[in-house]
Design a protein around this ligand. Structure first.
Ligand SMILES: [Zn+2]
Length: 436
């Protein structure tokens, strides 16, 4: 399918462009010596290879914004590619690249390019870049479109697709990690399970051979094709001495069967101050101060002096440490499957990529880097891949469900447990589509 598309695009390319693609390795070498190829930071920067930010995206999809005409060029990111080299290969000069990066500030998508992601370029009649699309996978694309001579706008397409639930269960022999992967759980799912229960059990020490685990997950597919996105709906672990369980409730948080929250509390404000001055609030319809067009402000700006300690809003893993020409030095933290926070315009970092952090840890000093009108911290909270107002959003507060929610939750627990029981029965009698 994909090959067919590639072949079609390939045939449509004029001879000159075919040569460009064929000569790409040479171009890569040559561009390494291109002095003006600084992209992010002060050095040519390798595209990030190993990290994959896990996020579950559950949203609508705007069909009309997908152009029916095939792109003029299409390129799949290879190991070792740099953004500037790839751009120069497709005649995106530095000025143009900065216009795209300016639009990128709202989504910070270019820093997440990895081998396998596809770039598509559409040109106008004069050969000018009109539209650039990054296809991360079939569920998510980011599109930069020219709206003025020197201004690009960005749009993120998240396809909902179909979500189907399935049960994965098995026995523990060795670690939960190894046993879970053998049963078909992904590394991201196992990491999430680990985080849900880390306050309740030491998996390395307390699990015994023969302990059982059961996971109900929803898995996304688009046109029969799995996207790689999944979401844990419920987990049960039967340890020799206790049962651990977690159920995803309609408020987006996990609770045990007693209705007690399993997420540790988030900080509303990631600073050592309870009421810092907010110089600019979250506003999806903000008028851009420079261009005058409507462009979202996806975060909350706190007017704090350079060097103010910035704290991790919750427990999580540092998935990105980057320097973006417009967002400045920034950090992204992933908190479990659903929550992600971003901290922009920093002065310096206290953490490194891949590091686990706890709520309240000092992760950076605030600053005024990138395009910034004065010292401040720009803070974003994303739930299921979408920016929300961090000052108002429903964040995990490490509490219990209130009385009004109890009966809805009890029904959910019963329904989930029934699914588990049926899956176990089906597996025992050798039928059913469950995995074990
Ligand atoms: Zn801001």
């Amino acid at each position: 399918m994909r090959n067919a598309v590639l072949t079609r695009v390939w045939r449509q390319l004029p001879q000159r462009h075919r040569q460009i693609i064929l000569a790409s390795s040479v171009v890569m070498l040559a561009s390494a010596m291109w002095p003006g190829s600084t992209v992010i930071g002060h050095q040519r920067q390798m595209l990030e290879l190993p990290t994959l930010e896990t996020s579950v995206n559950l949203p609508e999809f705007n069909d009309e914004s997908v152009p029916q005409i095939p792109p003029n060029y299409q390129y799949q990111i290879q190991t070792g590619d740099t953004l500037s080299a790839v751009f120069s290969e497709f005649n995106v000069n530095q000025q143009l690249m900065y216009q795209i990066l300016e639009a990128d500030m709202d989504v910070l998508a270019l820093d997440t390019l990895q081998p396998g992601h596809e770039l598509k370029f559409w040109l106008d009649a004069d050969g000018q870049l009109e539209r650039l699309e990054i296809a991360f996978n079939i569920a998510e694309q980011v599109i930069y479109s020219r709206v003025e001579e020197d201004v690009f706008e960005v749009e993120r397409l998240i396809h909902d697709g179909q979500w189907e639930t399935e049960t994965v269960h098995g026995e523990i022999h060795g670690s939960l990690y190894v046993s879970g992967q053998r049963a078909g759980l992904t590394a991201a799912e196992l990491d999430q399970i680990n985080r849900l229960f880390e306050d309740k059990i030491n998996f390395a020490r307390e699990l015994r051979a023969g302990d059982r685990f059961e996971v109900l997950r929803s898995v996304q597919s688009i046109d029969q094709q799995k996207t790689g996105n999944s979401n844990i709906e419920a987990v049960r672990i039967f340890n020799r001495s206790k049962e651990l369980n977690a159920y995803l409730f309609s408020d987006g948080n996990y609770y045990d069967s007693n209705g007690d929250s399993l997420a540790r509390a988030f900080m509303r404000i990631p600073l050592n101050q309870s009421a810092p001055r907010i110089s600019s609030g979250f506003n999806p319809r903000r008028k851009h101060p420079v261009t005058g067009r409507i462009s979202p402000h996806n975060g909350t700006d706190f007017a704090v002096p350079i060097g103010t300690p910035v704290l991790a809003a919750g427990d999580g893993v540092v998935t990105r440490i980057e320097n973006h020409p417009y967002a400045g030095k920034y950090i992204v933290i992933q908190h479990g499957g659903q929550y992600r926070t971003r901290y922009l315009h920093l002065n310096s970092f206290n953490v490194r990529k891949g590091q686990r952090v706890a709520r309240g840890d000092v992760i950076a000093q605030s600053g005024n880097t990138g395009r910034s009108t004065g010292p401040h911290l720009h803070y974003e909270l994303h739930i299921n891949g979408r920016p929300v107002n961090a000052m108002r959003a429903n964040i995990p507060m490490a509490s219990s469900l209130d009385q009004a929610q109890r009966s809805e939750f009890a029904q959910l627990v019963e329904q989930r447990n029934n699914v588990f029981e049926q899956a176990i029965l089906a597996a025992a009698s050798g039928e059913g589509a469950t995995r074990s």
